[in-house]
Design a protein around this ligand. Structure first.
Ligand SMILES: Cc1ncc(C[n+]2csc(CCOP(=O)(O)OP(=O)(O)O)c2C)c(N)n1
Ligand SMILES: [Mg+2]
Length: 373
């Protein structure tokens, strides 16, 4: 028998506004759905400035002992904003990781909740009613399964809603990614899988993380629509996510979007990326910074200038200061709260801990007085 080709596939790469300022208006025709208007680009650029300012302030807070740790979003703002903006606020649901703050704010998450989270205050995870965002997921990959389940529920209820889940390149090496993709495609649920391929999973480079040539192609095995985009290109990210949203709404099932981007900062404030990254690589990506690219675009169109930039930076600082004030100004929670939200009636050991503030695990009968010594 002759050997025939059982399957052939390709991955498209979308770039609309490149790092040299070239703009492809065939891919983004003005006035068409899926293309950002000038006003929208200015609006999103302003959100980028806010998010970047917040990142800088968070870094300083951590260094001065006012925040436990923090993962900067620096360099990935276009990926977050372009995708978040393509989803409908109050309708679709964002199921995030920890590097898409700007998308969450767009959907109404009060920014101080993100700060509270990283200050170790559980109240940062209490999402206000009407805000369709789940708490940020620290265990890598788990949120993809949650998003799949939510999207399945939307489908069963015939709700016109879509879930988008965010995750990193490293997360696609987790079993959760494969289980979620398999389930989501088999049941054709309205879920978008948005991978922020920022080239690193802490100190593990993308090349040694997986043998796949692209992350996007991992979805082909599951029968998902798969596309790669320039993740630092607001227009390309918006277009790909908009199309994925419409496909999902129309019953076309999940899309895996691989956004090629770069983590310009350390993994978190607990990391020092200089120990494992080449400075030439970082400098090359600094030139592709989405903020620089977007600013140049709006300047060239006469929509932005130095005076507007200074005014925006001022507003960015005021925004960040307000977030600090709100997160630090909250009265400390009652220390017994951690006992009071899980059980209607505390089991005896927990009751003992609540009463004595001592733990049984340190030995029988050790009470608070002994622990203090
Ligand atoms: C289940 C699990 N394993 C390991 C970790 C430790 N960890 C935290 S972040 C991270 C790397 C994640 O890389 P990636 O998915 O590329 O996301 P990025 O941080 O680059 O945005 C790891 C291994 C974790 N949080 N959860
Ligand atoms: Mg990564």
């Amino acid at each position: 028998m002759p050997i025939r080709t059982a399957y052939k596939a390709q991955i498209d790469y979308i770039s609309i506004l490149d790092e040299d300022g070239n703009f492809d208006d065939k891919l983004a025709p003005a006035g068409k759905e899926g293309t950002l208007t000038d006003e929208q680009v200015v609006f999103l650029y302003e959100r980028m400035v806010e998010c970047r300012t917040l990142d800088e302030i968070a870094f300083k807070l951590q260094r001065s002992g006012r925040m436990y740790t923090y993962p900067q979003n620096k360099g990935q703002e276009a990926a977050a904003l372009g995708s978040g903006f393509a989803l409908r606020k109050g309708v679709d649901t964002l199921v995030p990781c920890y590097r898409e703050n700007a998308a969450l704010f767009l959907h109404g998450l009060p920014p101080e909740l993100i700060f509270l989270h990283w200050m170790g205050d559980e109240r940062g995870n209490i999402i206000p009613p009407g805000v369709n965002v789940t708490p940020i997921a620290i265990p890598i990959g788990t949120q993809m399964l949650h998003a799949t389940g939510m999207a399945w529920a939307y489908k069963m209820r015939k709700d016109d809603r879509v879930a988008i889940t965010y995750f990193g390149d490293g997360a696609t090496s987790e079993g959760d990614f494969h289980e979620a993709m398999n389930f989501a495609t088999t049941f054709s649920v309205p879920c978008i899988f948005f991978c922020q391929n920022n080239q690193w999973a802490i100190s593990v480079p993308r090349e040694t993380q997986t043998n796949s040539e692209t992350i996007a192609q991992k979805g082909i095995a599951y029968g998902a629509h798969c596309v790669q985009v320039d993740g630092n290109d607001l227009f390309a990210v918006y277009k790909a996510t908009f199309e994925a949203r419409e496909r999902a709404r129309k019953g076309g099932g999940p899309t895996l979007i691989e956004a090629i981007t770069y983590r310009l900062g350390d993994h978190t404030t607990a990391d020092d990326a200089r120990r494992y990254r080449d400075s030439a690589e970082v400098e090359a990506w600094q030139r592709r910074d989405p903020m620089i690219r977007t600013r140049r675009y709006i300047e060239k169109k006469g929509l932005w200038n130095d005076a507007k930039q200074s005014a925006m930076e001022e507003r960015g600082r005021a925004f960040a200061n307000d977030v600090v004030r709100k997160s630090e100004g909250l009265a400390k929670p009652d220390r017994n709260e951690m006992f009071d939200s899980m059980f209607a009636q505390l089991p005896p050991e927990l009751q003992r801990q609540r009463d004595t503030w001592a733990t049984h695990s340190l030995g029988q009968g050790i009470g608070a007085e002994q622990l203090q010594r």
